[in-house]
Design a protein around this ligand. Sequence first.
Ligand SMILES: [Zn+2]
Length: 317
Amino acid sequence: MKPRPQDLTVDQLSYYAALSADVGARKSISRIYIPKQAGKACAVAAHQVLRVTCCDGPQVADFNAFAQNDPSEYFWSGRTRTLQGSHLHVGDRLWSTEPKMRPMFTFITDTVEKKPQPHNATSHDLIYSRCSERARELQTGKRGQPNCNDNLKQALREIGFADDYVHDAFNIFMTTGCDDQRRLFYVPSEAKKDDFVELYAEIDAIVAISCCLNVPAELIDKDPQLVKGLVVGVKQGLAVTFDDPAELKRVAQLEFPSASPEDLAAVLDRALKNGMWERGAPMSREAWDTLYKVIREGGLLTQAMPYESVFDPRFLN
Ligand SMILES: [Zn+2]
């Protein structure tokens, strides 16, 4: 069979494998720490290895790259996805824009341990775009939130690049998938503290990296007591919902003071009848599907969120 343009030759494969195996012997030339919700840019010369490390626990790094001698040639996320696939792995290459359209980097090392995920979700995403101010606002209703688009702009400004040089990113450590209704979703990053990937530079390049905030995973790791408290609160709330209808109506009336008691009673009765809540804290898949449908159709949730990406049973007992 004729090799495809993205396929590595036997010689290339053994060259990169040897390079990757030599990981301990590598000499560090320069080290840059990127704090959470910030971005940094730097030059990487051809034949150097760029290592991106999760130094503060599970994180996502949004990656942009340019040719050093002509930044109008930059990382082409769409072409790379077409040639290599929806997620990048060791042996894949990061391709540049036309007219050169050539490998800028080769992915040579990955320490992230891949666990089975729903719908074959996996790490090192190439399907999501970078988060941006407006995208975060649509998601959360809050304006002016930190985001990768602005982090990358800031990083590039520091080296004299215009804001519109920011392009669709390679989302290193981001764990994503596509469900059976073709909706994209992400789960907390599979990467652990000190996990890293290595990219071998095929050309003289400039890279910019944003450290995206991975809120749910970070909260669980940083403040397990808070998350545990929340789970206990939900369990108590469910007990009231099912065992004390008068108290449920009283709380609902406090929460929605302008609603009439009759309307509230009707809404609560219907929600219970439709199975929107379950007696036990581990919500069933059916209950989530019903609730999900309601909040999606009501416009409260703008992104796909399969059951597996929402429920983490570790605090239930
Ligand atoms: Zn982001």
